[in-house]
Design a protein around this ligand. Sequence first.
Ligand code: HEM
Length: 451
Amino acid sequence: MKSKGLSYCGYYLFTKRVLIVLDLELAKSILTKDFSHFTDHVIYCNEENDPLTGHLFSLKGQRWKNLRMKLTPSFASGKIKMMFQSLVDCSHELVRYMDGLSKSKEAMEVKEVVGRFTTDVIGTCAFGIECNSLKNPDSEFRKYGKKALAVNFMLKSLIAISVPQIFDVLKIPLTNPTVTKFFMGVVKETVEYREKNNIIRNDFMHSLIQLKNNVKLKDEESPGQLKSEENGNEIGNTLTLEEITAQAFVFFLAGFETSATTLTFCFYELVTNPEIQEKLRLEIRDVLEKHDGKLTLNAIMEMTYMDWCVNETLRKYPPVPVLSRNCTQSYKIPNSDVVIDKDVEVFVPVLGIQHDPDYYPEPERFDPERFSPENKTKRHAYSWLPFGEGPRGCIGMRFGLMQIKVALAVLVGNYKFFLNSKTRYPIVLDRQSLILSPLGGVWLNVEKVSD
Ligand code: HEM
């Protein structure tokens, strides 16, 4: 459609009208400039039937605005810095696990392994709980995390978006009730334990407990910060136990799977482009040497080639391939007579944009240099949207990038990775997965790098 010179096109999804945005300036208007017309995600939310759906990703209108304002300071750079050590602690277990594999010469499915690492990281930071899923692959968190994202949840979500009345009238919860029970129980126990023993930790759970107790979190510049005119009128009521469970739940789901898939695709590209893997390893080792071998946040920030590799992975394989917005106030498309009516669903096709040869020549080629400062400035800023954009963009971007980079630093810095024949080559995407995922996983062999 874009090659025909169109800026947008539309179709019917059953009875719903959907507009697909093809032009990047229009995407910018919808996501950022004229955000007040498109404030909601297209996703099911009914807190009465299913308390875990009352989270930041799915809340709408003023309730979302109030909550986003309250949660934004928890994701500011200062707060994320304080969680860095927890990530490094989880990475020690990853190294121990990898040492075992390199000795036994067994192949590993990389998403399973890095998924256990990201589960441990988010479990610690969002719930304050050591999940130990690297040591124990059948840990409760891993079990319920997988259950929460199982295929029937994906199918139910699609039906709930298309015909929410079925779920509302029949009072069908979207979340598996055993998952709800598990997460409710964990948060209740953690909150009670921390409050009784006066425990303060630098993690998301602590921020959530402060919000439950009506402590306003200190402001700091953060991703997707709402501008004053977009702010809710007031900070609003305190959060209930159910509301904080829903937030911890979405941090967990949004945090472990997206970061694990990004790492998986990154490893796939590194093993199929060994020269890029070697260049990245040299950078990691060089920077760490300058930092006395210590993995610090500053050291990670100095790894620019790593940043380009991660950006290029997110370009080729955005975990969330389409951004959605519901038109909440009718909107006239600039320089046209077309009006987008209220309740029309608007989709921004991130995967399509990021594979458009007009922005990325030879889009199937993995080329981290596309993200060098010179090359980046040549492109429209909205040609790279893996974290979305505007006030509704990903609140966890800094945290997600940090855990991806810590894993890359400890793994690529210390081990060499090779493609195992069990991996489908070229990669095939799993059609049953809501987020972009490789069918059959990515299998690798590991060898320790000698010092
Ligand atoms: C590679 C890692 C990640 C990717 C690619 C990613 C991607 C996204 C995308 C595309 C959106 C929708 C943005 C939009 O509609 O404009 C989003 C929203 C969100 N993400 Fe992430 N995310 C990642 C990591 C995380 C992490 C680590 C957390 C939490 C700890 C998180 C929490 C959220 C939340 C709560 C929202 C909803 C924001 C709102 O509606 O106000 N994400 N993410």
